[in-house]
Design a protein around this ligand. Structure first.
Ligand SMILES: [Zn+2]
Length: 98
């Protein structure tokens, strides 16, 4: 954002400010902040959650199937984690392929 600010005011020298000053003003003079999502949302869920009610109705079967698979995979993950915890010859590993 500071770089964009500098570009915007490139020909307006009095408005040029250093990053530290820009950050201080941004953090103290405005009621703004950045939110870091707690976790990623997959494309299916993101699309469904950001659809209109009509679009959600059209996507309901796909979403329900997706949600069922998600629940089943979480169960499997918990089962394999428990197996790996009890048997040190077993490793439980997950990958994010998205
Ligand atoms: Zn999802």
């Amino acid at each position: 954002m500071h770089e964009l600010y500098q570009e915007e005011h490139a020909n307006n020298q009095p408005k040029q400010v250093k990053l530290k000053y820009y950050r201080d003003v941004f953090n103290t003079e405005f009621n703004l902040s950045f939110h870091k999502p707690k976790k990623d949302v997959c494309n299916v869920c993101f699309s469904y959650n950001n659809s209109s009610e009509q679009e959600q109705l059209e996507k309901q079967d796909e979403y329900d199937n997706h949600h069922s698979r998600k629940t089943r995979v979480r169960q499997l993950k918990a089962e394999y984690k428990a197996l790996a915890k009890d048997d040190k010859s077993i490793r439980a590993v997950t990958f994010d392929l998205a």
